[in-house]
Design a protein. Sequence first.
Length: 142
Amino acid sequence: MGYLRAVDPFPLESGEHTKLHEFYARLAEGRLVTTACAGCGRTAWPPRGFCPECSSDQFAWVDLPQEGTVHAFTIQETGLPAGFDGPRVFAIVKIDGHRVFSILLTRDPAAVRIGQRARLTPLRVADDPKGGARWLPAFTPV
Ligand SMILES: [Zn+2]
């Protein structure tokens, strides 16, 4: 089957599509990074190529911790986007003060609790139209 952009639920991650492609490249290496503004030093989540605080467009990549805390979650059992198997746990994982909207990988959604620790587990999703690997941030309860 041909590539159908209209039903592709995942971002185009390559350098030709986004100047934030380093985020995905490092995620593929098992690292969670974000942008730190070169002007005022603030870190952002999600990563940003433009600082809303000081208007600088200069930034550096900084590593975030590999573990965070489940801040909120919801379990979706039906109506999942194409490419997702259910039930799927979507969670906000708090890491270093940032609230990271993510997928929680677990075989037992009923056991998920607010406040539990979760560890970065990058999730490989469908390849991009040119066959390049794509990754999303995901976490596993620990
Ligand atoms: Zn700034």
